[in-house]
Design a protein around this ligand. Structure first.
Ligand code: FMN
Length: 245
């Protein structure tokens, strides 16, 4: 990861989810592997490959559902819970879905100078965020749209990452006047730079017709079709990309 001067032992406990206590890898950085070694790993296998299997040898995967707003009263919470419940109900054998609330990580602005008494907590937050994102094989980004783009908090959070997300896949669920569509297109550009493959189908909730008063989430049933297609594509690509990491 980009931030490499952190040395802390505890992560913060946050609303709705918690982090287990972890020892920071004393100065150890997550390394990106070269294209040559990735191709070689895919062709000839490598003991460092990230493919995980259960006791029966069946491939397992973890998909993170990233609730991408930190705004107080954020709609991203209800939308993330909806797609999480939808995904769980599919009973995709061997696939674990987990909501990650960006608001639970008190990330600083990348590179900003902090007072000394805030540096340790900021370092722990960056470490926890990086490790959590590295633990997934794929992502569903639940993205609001702010000024025709992804929100600043999510963009800043993504700027801390690179090897953690590289050669993985992502799908999008959004909401806004046009269902967050412009934020999704913006996300495709950002994630392209991070070597994340973004799937075709998106889920787009309208602030006018899928929310009451733009804040109480009451989604229309027809979104199930796109949610199914998006998750099908995401699982397929996440599985395929596992073979080259
Ligand atoms: C500064 C600002 C800019 C916004 N720009 C857009 C926009 O360009 N397109 C859109 O569809 N909604 C826009 N919205 C509405 C947000 O998408 C809406 O408030 C949404 O609920 C924000 O997500 P959140 O509740 O999870 O934070 C904007 C809201 C704010 C406060």
């Amino acid at each position: 990861m980009w931030h490499n001067d952190i040395k802390l032992t505890k992560c913060k406990r946050g609303e709705g989810e918690f982090f287990t206590e972890k020892q920071v890898h004393g100065g150890k950085k997550l390394e990106n592997t070269s294209i040559i070694s990735r191709i070689s790993n895919a062709l000839f296998g490598n003991k460092n490959t990230t493919i995980t299997t259960d006791e029966k040898g069946k491939t397992t995967m973890k998909i993170g559902i990233i609730s991408g707003s930190v705004r107080e009263g954020r709609n991203s919470a209800a939308v993330s819970e909806w797609i999480h419940e939808f995904a769980e109900k599919r009973n995709d054998g061997g696939i674990e879905y987990e909501i990650v609330a960006l608001a639970n990580y008190d990330l600083p602005l990348l590179g900003a100078k902090l007072p000394e008494d805030r540096q340790a907590a900021a370092g722990a937050a960056i470490q926890a965020w990086s490790e959590k994102m590295a633990s997934f094989d794929g992502y569903v980004f639940v993205t609001p749209e702010y000024n025709h783009a992804v929100g600043g908090a999510l963009k800043n959070a993504l700027d801390f990452l690179k090897p953690e997300v590289a050669d993985k896949a992502a799908g999008f669920v959004g909401y806004g006047s046009l269902g967050g569509a412009r934020a999704h297109e913006n996300m495709r550009v950002i994630l392209g730079e991070l070597s994340v493959a973004t799937v075709h189908t998106t889920v787009n909730f309208s602030l006018m017709t899928d929310f009451e008063n733009m804040s109480n989430f009451v989604p229309n049933d027809y979104h199930a079709g796109n949610a199914t297609a998006m998750l099908d594509e995401l699982i397929k690509w996440s599985g395929a990309l596992k073979t080259i990491r």
